[in-house]
Every structure is written in structure tokens, then in C-alpha cells.
Design a protein around this ligand. Sequence first.
Ligand code: IDP
Ligand code: MG
Length: 138
Amino acid sequence: MSSKEQTLSIIKPDAVERNLVDTIQKKFIDEKLKIVKAKKIQISKDEASEFYKVHQTKPFFDRLCSYLSSGPIVVMILEGNNAIAQNRLIMGSTDPKNADDGTLRKMYGLSIDKNTVHGSDSIENAKKEIDFFFKDNI
Ligand code: IDP
Ligand code: MG
């Protein structure tokens, strides 16, 4: 079964800083995910805390929010068949050490913190996360 979905992808500060935006976007396109919208922004730590609030009780929460707000990021709406799961396959495991060969996190991830990309994990969260960054339709 396949269904057309949208998911939110973020190219995190470590990858923007290393000029990997075009390379990562090409990978999504090659893997049949369409980039419907994309923008380069920098968010505040408060905005990062709101975005990652599902993780607010985790020991790494403060570091995670500091990191996501530490430099420019590229946020994108990706669209395609089973886009949510497909994007997570392209990304690979959260910890680059455990990610499969050929995945973005294996190829470019530096650590579990600086793991290059974010991707929504469910239809419900994809909707929320797309709304978080694109609710004004810009
Ligand atoms: P995901 O990004 O693969 O969906 P999540 O569990 O949603 O992983 O965690 C969000 C982010 O928090 C991860 O991408 C990673 O950067 C960071 N993170 C997750 N688990 C840990 C951990 O155990 N230590 C430090 N950072 C973590
Ligand atoms: Mg997650």
C-alpha cells in the first residue's frame, strides 16, 4: 500500500554550516520525495523548545534546543508516497553510529546531537510540524 503524504524535514545547523544543503536536497529528489516548500531560517531557543516539546522531560532536551537554535537551518515540506517513513529511511537511525550505509546520518552525521537532519515520525506529528514552520503559508 502506498499513500501520498507530506512530512517535515529539517537540515540541521551542522549540515547547513558544512554546505550540505544542495547535496541533501538532491538525495531527497533522487529518492522520489518532492520538495514542496523550503526556507532557510534561524529560530530562537524558545521556538526550538516549543518545536521539541515532546522531548521536554529528556535529559538531552536543553542541549537539543540550544543546538537547533545555534545557526541557520533549512526547513522543508517533502511530499511523496509514504513520505514520512520514506524520509526516515533516507535519514537513518538517530545515532549516526547505528545508521545504515547510504543514509544521510551515516554519510554526514557527526554525533547523536549533530545528526544532520530531522524528520517527522507520524502523520499527526507531520501535520503539527508543517504547521509550526509554514502556518503562515510562507
Ligand atoms: P529522531 O530525530 O531520530 O526522530 P528523537 O528520538 O525524536 O530522534 O530525538 C530528537 C533528537 O534528539 C535526535 O535527532 C537527536 O539529535 C537528539 N537525541 C535523541 N536521543 C538522544 C540521546 O540519547 N542523547 C542525546 N541526544 C539525543
Ligand atoms: Mg523524532
